[in-house]
Design a binder for this molecule. Structure first.
Ligand code: 0O2
Length: 209
């Protein structure tokens, strides 16, 4: 398999989606509105991880592009829980991508404690061989959810998916704490936004942004 050629359209999707999502964030900033997007990260899954996932899910080599939905992955990180749904609704109304599946692990967390909203989409890219609809996964989560997921991911990597029970129990507590943090921040959202607006206006006035 020529991985470089296979993954090239995925790299293009990731770059294009990043530009478009950053564009959405800038528009909010230009209009001095609270941006539901705090930051965006994106990656193409490394070949090693693609192969490991294919083996785990018993997907043959020729079925990888249909069977693994997150070869192209984009992560949108938000400040508040309801920002997640603002982003979801904005993505739902876009004409330049098609939603294949939505997985709401925000209202229904996974057993591990993982919370995030996943959108599986197809996105058209022009290649030298014509147009290709590429599958991609957009994960939308808060800063607190991201903090938890990043740490849990590292531990999973360290323990090769077999995290010791004592650490698992700590992670459950940390997931509850992250949930509480999101709840509490949501309650003072308008206060935080007001403070940020004042700060933003001051910076604009002083010519710093
Ligand atoms: P990586 O290293 O992040 O790329 P499914 O067929 O739907 O049951 P699938 O395709 O694994 O299974 O979908 P799912 O469960 O929606 O997970 C897709 C991605 O979400 C994962 O990709 C992770 O990035 C993230 N994710 C899902 N569950 C967890 C979790 O419990 N903890 C953390 N930290 N992340 C999670 P990969 O390929 O597993 O990993």
């Amino acid at each position: 398999m020529n991985w470089e050629a296979t993954l090239a359209p995925y790299a293009q999707v990731v770059e294009e989606l990043k530009v478009k999502l950053k564009g959405m964030r800038s528009q909010f900033e230009i209009e001095s509105m609270h941006s539901p997007i705090e930051f965006i990260t994106a990656r193409v899954k490394p070949v090693e991880s693609i192969l490991a996932k294919a083996e785990k899910k018993q997907i043959p080599l020729d079925g990888i592009e249909d069977g693994i939905q997150d070869i192209a992955g984009v992560r949108v990180v938000c400040q508040f829980v309801d920002d997640i749904y603002t982003v979801v609704n904005m993505l739902r109304s876009r004409k330049d991508l098609m939603i294949v599946e939505e997985k709401d692990y925000v209202s229904e967390k996974k057993d591990s404690g993982y919370r995030s909203f996943h959108m599986i989409i197809t996105y058209p890219v022009e290649t030298i061989h014509g147009m290709k609809n590429v599958l991609a996964e957009i994960q939308i989560r808060t800063l607190a959810m991201n903090f938890w997921a990043t740490n849990e991911h590292s531990l999973n990597y360290k323990y090769k998916g077999r995290i010791p029970e004592a650490i698992k129990a700590r992670l459950k507590l940390a997931a509850e704490a992250a949930f509480m943090l999101d709840e509490e921040m949501s309650k003072i959202k308008s206060e935080v936004q007001e403070a940020q607006r004042i700060f933003h206006r001051k910076q604009k006035h002083e010519g710093k942004s």
